[in-house]
Design a protein around this ligand. Sequence first.
Ligand code: HEM
Length: 415
Amino acid sequence: MSDDTITRESFNLVSGPDYAAKGYPHAIWTELRKEDPIHWYEQTDGGPSFWAVTKSEHIQTVGRLPNLFLNGPRLVLDNTQESDAGFPATLIQMDPPKHTDYRKLASKRFTPGKLRQLHGDIELLAKEIIDSLLAEGNEGECDFVEKVSAPLPIAVIAWLLGVPREDWKLLFDWTNRTIGANDPDFIGEGMTGRETALQAMGELFAYFTGLVEDRRKNPQDDLITFFAEMEVDGKPIPEVDVLTWNLIIVIAGNETTRNATSGGMLALIEHQDQLRKIQGDVDLLKNGVEEILRWTSPIIHFCRTASEDTELGGRKIEKGQHLGLFYPSANRDEDVFEDPFEFRIDRYPNRHLAFGVGEHFCLGAHVARLEMEFAYRYLLPRIEEIELAGPVVRLQSALVGGVKSLPIRYRLNEG
Ligand code: HEM
């Protein structure tokens, strides 16, 4: 993904179109890590200026101080004047003490024991999707995103929530229009990106209002029921929070896993020695998935805002100033990883930050790992030959490093 022609003059670190055109700006991040790891990034054409935090150590410090570095006022930076004001606050935009209470409640549902019960179901959903690709014969061409990496997270999230199967495609559309709101393929006609995202969220809320009502009458063992019955201090949580719980699971769990899965396939196509290594020993997949997460780092950045004057890595941060945490940069940090620009499927240890760190560490990390592991476990051993069949098309977003289309040509063995 790196391109040495990317320079600070030609690439804006929070511009969606720049990521779509050129991929991740590793050349800039590497320079910043070396020369100015907490760099004041002045924006002159509309977007807010911010501190670009590029080293793992500093991102970890920020992530572990949720009272000092807030998620609340602004979670995503960009180079336009659009703000995220008006969007409902989900778990990820909350700060302590509310975040701590809500997170504790959700953790009950995401304990290792509870998740172990899900292995079989996630495996079946992954197998069903890979089988539909395999059913097309041993030779062919397809868009890997459309065939595998998009449907899998949709299926798993919809199934966890308890959304009826005939409506799964709605979730796909809502995520595209929320995360990809500024992308020309998803932006609503005559609308801004912000309006597109707000409209999609409105539709999602209306849809989930119906399902929540239903589950109050007919409780099931699913997340919609779990959120509908949630209480803090013996009192039901506000209705809007029941809806934002559903929203964050739909939004956070889809595009991210989709892009990790696509990015992983692309990395294996570009590093066929590593593909052969996994084929020789599928038990390497556990480490392999971690390396794919490090390598792809689907979340480009999240923003924090200082709640008071402070200091970070020798820099004075003023109250109210924003910080952009660039996870893909932390995942190439020379002080953490040996040969960070080498893709090594058996890398261990692998202290990547693809799922964030600290208070807001990804709630769905284990689910995402399972999805990726099962998809690859059924597909990779069957691959005789695989190559790109056309250009990789990327999403216009400075939040998620999205792959919209990954055309592949393949030949499979008999299995
Ligand atoms: C490869 C896939 C995924 C990646 C790379 C990813 C990445 C992240 C990151 C970086 C954060 C931290 C946000 C912050 O520090 O402000 C996060 C939070 C979160 N993720 Fe994920 N995620 C993935 C999959 C999932 C899935 C499958 C789910 C749901 C089942 C999910 C649900 C969440 C939620 C609810 C939060 C907010 C947690 C909080 O604020 O306490 N994610 N994710």
